[in-house]
Design a protein around this ligand. Structure first.
Ligand code: ARG
Length: 457
């Protein structure tokens, strides 16, 4: 039985019905749908659009349906979509009063409201998970503030950095993601209910009542826009895409750093996988999967943007296509952030390997050039002199921190004994003490700053 079949002389064919249906996926909206219907019925009763007893019967019936879906005694099946299912079930239970629920309402403002409620809850879920992840990174940063590791550009060793600063870089990214989700929550908490099919309604509804009941901050001001606006779903998809981009970079670092060639980190056995043929292998499947899933989250964003493009005002059934992509985005985002939080909590840091590696690749060469420049040599000349020193080390197969002072002085008389400390990785990392730099002190300030900004969430 369809909500709209009065106008038709033949029932919908089975193939058309199954193509058209959305219950198989929009049943996830059942809580939102029932909450919105309870608010709507309450308002209809308070405004005397329907009798208060009828409103009461509707609300009681809806709550019963909710309880039965939650405890598994009522299977959500056999209707076109979640809205038809709930209404049909209500009418089956309470009869004619149930048929009044849809007064002054359309499935168009109903689905727009349901999606807002669901996405709002999902934003709160994303914020909680991102907070955990950022806190985990803060903990790792705190315990590794004094450790030294190589910093890279172009995936070539560039300068020694503190490990603390490394983890804080990711904390900054996820903090921006938190900001984005929280700004989205504030922007999207606007109620479309009361827009009806597209143009509002002639019933004396009071949208303030439903707004308060559903905890929206504002009421939409244009019904044509309100029923067809899915910007908030697209923004969610974009925010999720950027989280995945950040996670995927962390995955890439993880895969490299845990390889035999790098050996900086070790993935704990509980989070590793093996090979079915090569007995010696320990594979980074989890980071690879998270990196891989990033593509499908981007895909959902692009699919939705393409769906929204070119839709004539107001509601069009194309909008039903927002849901599967959104639900998959949510599930993927939540599972990836959760697994990475667990993984980062347990990741073993091979402090000595990182320290040894930090000295490779002449990573303190910039410090040598800076040393000369600070003593009055123009930086360009200092760069050239240091370049020659590096050349010398390459030819002699030695390193900057192993050559004697006499070699330095052959290249420039400005070098004095203190240069021998400058070329060590610790002095190098600790020397970069500018705000936001890699020294322990600067990284500690960064840590306090991230911790303070995280408190908001
Ligand atoms: N399942 C539909 C959706 O997701 C519900 C709204 C149906 N509205 C309509 N006019 N057919 O968008």
């Amino acid at each position: 039985m369809k909500l709209w079949e009065g106008r038709f002389s033949a029932p919908m064919s089975a193939d058309a019905d199954s193509f058209n249906e959305s219950l198989s996926f929009d049943k996830k909206l059942y809580q939102a749908d029932i909450a919105a219907s309870v608010a709507h019925a309450t308002m209809l009763g308070e405004q005397n659009i329907i009798a208060p007893q009828e409103a009461q019967a509707i609300c009681d019936g809806l709550k019963e349906i909710l309880a039965e879906i939650e405890n598994g005694t009522l299977a959500v099946a056999g209707a076109e979509d979640i809205h038809s299912f709930v209404e049909g079930e209500l009418v089956r239970r309470i009869g004619d009063a149930g048929k009044k629920l849809h007064t002054a309402r359309s499935r168009n403002d109903q689905v727009a409201t349901d999606m807002r409620l669901y996405v709002r809850g999902s934003i709160d879920g994303a914020i909680a998970l991102l907070r955990d992840l950022t806190e985990t990174l803060l903990t790792r940063a705190h315990e590794s503030l004094r450790y030294i590791m190589p910093g890279f550009t172009h995936l070539r060793k560039a300068q020694p950095i503190t490990c603390g600063q490394y983890f804080l870089a990711y904390a900054e990214m996820f903090l921006r993601d938190l900001d984005r989700f929280s700004a989205l929550r504030a922007r999207m908490n606007v109620m479309p209910l009361g827009s009806a099919a597209l143009a509002g309604t002639s019933y004396p509804i009071d949208r303030e009542i439903t707004r308060k009941l559903l905890k929206f901050d504002e009421i939409s001001q244009n019904s044509l826009d309100a029923v067809s606006d899915r910007d908030f779903v697209a923004e969610y998809a974009f925010n999720a895409s950027l989280v995945m981009a950040h996670l995927s970079r962390l995955c890439e670092d993880t895969i490299l750093y845990t390889s035999d060639e790098f050996g900086y980190w070790t993935i704990p056995d509980e989070y590793s996988t093996g090979s079915s043929i090569m007995p010696q292998k320990k594979n980074p499947d989890l980071p690879e999967l998270v990196r891989g899933k990033t593509g499908r989250v981007y895909g959902h964003l692009l699919a939705l943007l393409a769906t929204l493009k070119g839709l004539p005002l107001a509601y069009n059934k194309d909008l039903q296509e927002d849901k599967e992509g959104f639900f998959d985005t949510e599930t993927t985002l939540f599972s990836c952030v959760s697994i990475y939080t667990a993984l980062m909590k347990k990741m073993k840091l091979n402090v000595n390997v990182m320290y040894e590696a930090a000295g490779g690749g002449f990573s303190t060469a910039t410090d040598v050039a800076d040393y000369l420049a600070k003593k009055g040599v123009p930086f360009r000349d200092a760069h050239a002199i240091t370049g020659k020193l590096v050349r010398y080390c390459i030819d002699k197969k030695t390193t900057l921190d192993s050559i004697p002072l006499s070699v330095f002085q052959e290249m420039s008389h400005v070098f004095e004994k203190d240069v021998l400390a400058v070329v060590t990785v610790r002095v190098s990392a600790e020397g970069r003490n500018s705000v936001g730099g890699s020294s322990q002190e600067a990284a500690r300030k960064n840590l306090y700053s991230v911790r303070r900004r995280l408190k908001k969430y």
